[in-house]
Design a binder for this molecule. Sequence first.
Ligand SMILES: [Zn+2]
Length: 408
Amino acid sequence: MSIKRIVDVVERKRDEIVDFVRELIKTPSPTGSEGAVADLLKERMEAEGYSQVMVDPVGNVVGVIKGKSDGRSLLCNGHMDHVPPGGMKSPYSAKIIDGVDFGVEGKVIYGRGATDMKGALGAMMMAGSVLKSLDLPMKGDLIVTGTVFEEELGNIGPPSLMEMDNLKPDAALVGESTNLALAHGNRGVVRTKLVTYGRSCHVSVQEQGVNALYKMARIIKRIQETNRTLPSHPILGQASWAICKITATPNTVNVVPDRCEVEIDTRNIPDFTPEMIINEQQKIIDELTNEDSKLKAEVSFAKKQIVTWTGYKTTVAPIALPFYTEPSNWLVETGRESIRDVLNREAALKIWGFTTECYCFTQRGIPTIGFGPGEERFAHSNNEVLSINDLVTATKVYAVLASRICNS
Ligand SMILES: [Zn+2]
């Protein structure tokens, strides 16, 4: 299949791509309420002639362009949810404006989810439609998936694709924004809950009680001090941890609190596992308890209940493991070739600053890369915009990459 033909068809569909992404942005889909976007995606896949389209029990959308034999299959994944609009003005307007005020060349689409990540999701869906319209059946399947509950670390989207839907792709691509570079790694995230216990009393006789907040203050100080001593990975960088959330009980000005809780957010690397993290935090508690017999504390993984838009309920631990694919991996090579085909330049390799769900695939032995339109700096920000030129370019790269992989 000639690359030029693919690129030409994508270019002809420029307006269709932009319109579809705008429709996705105009349809709010905060975490847990992705239903309307799921419907939109499913209906559009059906209209574009995808061979199989379904919504699975947790609410993920799966669209397959069937290959004719047993070539390699590629799964392109994007999450359908977005973070809350926050202070963003007209977050669902999806208006097209000049990018100059945002430091972006050319026109941009403005709106919550433009960068993170309805642009990529729309581009992936359209890449499938382009390959379908060329009517040159591929050897392997192209699978395009829109998943749920990514932004709140639900850990349920991609795992369900493989465990419930039984998908077994030979390669996976996640479309989180890379500014058209190729991402091959990111640190993970592990959230733990640390609680200190004290004894409540009237603050006027505070010496009769034990202030759980003061005990916590000592732990917080130690967490801050030890941050710089956490282990490092040569490519992914240094692990880090921080406390940004605290609750004291009762939260009253004249009562000594008997309970204080924090959540610790740890950004981890492959050799610093969730178990090691909790052990390190336990060590801090043990050391401080040795110095102060009144300090009582415990640490555990912060678990939570989630309900997806289909009503599926489960309890999850907010953990996303680190992701790393060697630059010498065949998929990285094929990704770079596809980017070169379209952009006529070498693809830059990058490591994402944020966490992604790529590990869900690599953990199951599926080689994985990241590539998407949009810049990381706009994700979760109040001025989220997406370059239209980059959106179209990404669609070309997705289609070329799928053609290269599914025909090899
Ligand atoms: Zn995202």
